[in-house]
Design a protein around this ligand. Structure first.
Ligand code: SF4
Length: 271
């Protein structure tokens, strides 16, 4: 019998992998050889995140109509000037991701429009790596603020109607755990260890605060155990509520395949 396929042994398991494992460890396993390409939506949201403090002061880009006298004989609609924020951030995005499709500029415009009214506090630090050696978790905190909730993370998804998405509760629990050993939070300026996370949903221009519950931390530990088992070489099982109907791996996964797979598929097909 051949030895089980081992994933490369990580020193730390990234928070993002834990969150994905909490949804479906089988998908994490099937995607282990896939190259990781940052979604364009994330690239855009991340870059908008660097400008949140300045977007609110932008005036309407429709300036020409206020400054020019339209002709009486040939009335024209006011011209729309390019929004300087859109142009500037788009230039940055194209620098970061030269391969980005021009059609994504519309997505950027939507994010900027949504974030114009956001009530933003300037963070004391941004983009800080964090890792918890005891649990072997690592991540990158988007912002540290000087008052609670001190930890801020950015999401490139829309906000739910209320609260935060279930995955973001687990993400917040993971970041709180990973942040326990952050030097910046252990110099005595915080009155107590952080227990909440602020989540900035860029496409909605909404900030929500989440305090992970015991249930969220149990889900995090369960995901951690499953991820560790995968890295030891164990084959994961699909959870009963795996979202197979919207899974890009459904064709290669025995659980998600719409047609029963043949013996050849099951034993020889490369996932
Ligand atoms: S099809 Fe279902 S079980 Fe298979 S990887 Fe996707 S979500 Fe997981």
């Amino acid at each position: 019998m051949s030895a089980p396929i081992r994933l490369p042994e990580p020193q730390f398991i990234p928070v993002s992998t834990l969150v994905r494992t909490s949804v479906c460890p089988v998908r994490v396993y099937l995607e282990r050889h896939d190259s990781i390409i940052e979604p364009a939506e994330y690239t855009i949201a991340k870059q908008v995140g660097y400008h949140l403090g300045s977007l609110a002061i932008s005036d309407s880009p429709v300036a020409a109509g206020n400054e020019t006298v339209p002709s009486v004989t040939s009335p024209k609609a006011p011209e729309t000037l390019p929004d300087p924020h859109v142009e500037r951030i788009w230039d940055e995005i194209r620098l970061v991701r030269p391969d980005i499709d021009d059609s994504m500029k519309e997505y950027l415009e939507g994010c900027i429009a949504a974030c114009r009214t956001i009530s933003w506090e300037e963070p004391m630090a941004a983009d800080l790596a964090c890792a918890n050696r005891k649990y072997g978790i690592s991540g990158r905190v988007d912002w540290i603020f000087n008052k609670n909730p001190v930890i801020g993370i950015l999401r490139a998804s829309r906000a739910p109607t209320y609260g935060v998405w279930k995955q973001d509760r687990i993400r917040a629990a993971a970041y709180l755990l990973a942040a326990e050993e952050m030097d910046v939070l252990n110099t005595g300026w915080t009155s107590s260890p952080p227990s909440e996370v602020r989540i900035v949903y860029i496409p909605s221009g909404i900030i929500r605060t989440v305090a992970p519950t015991a249930s969220d931390r149990r889900s995090l530990l369960a995901a951690l155990r499953k991820a560790e088992a995968m890295y030891r070489g164990e084959t994961p099982l699909a959870p009963p509520d795996a979202p197979c109907d919207r899974c890009p791996k459904s064709e290669s996964c025995t659980r998600g395949a719409s047609e029963p797979q043949t013996l050849f598929d099951r034993f020889f097909r490369k996932n």
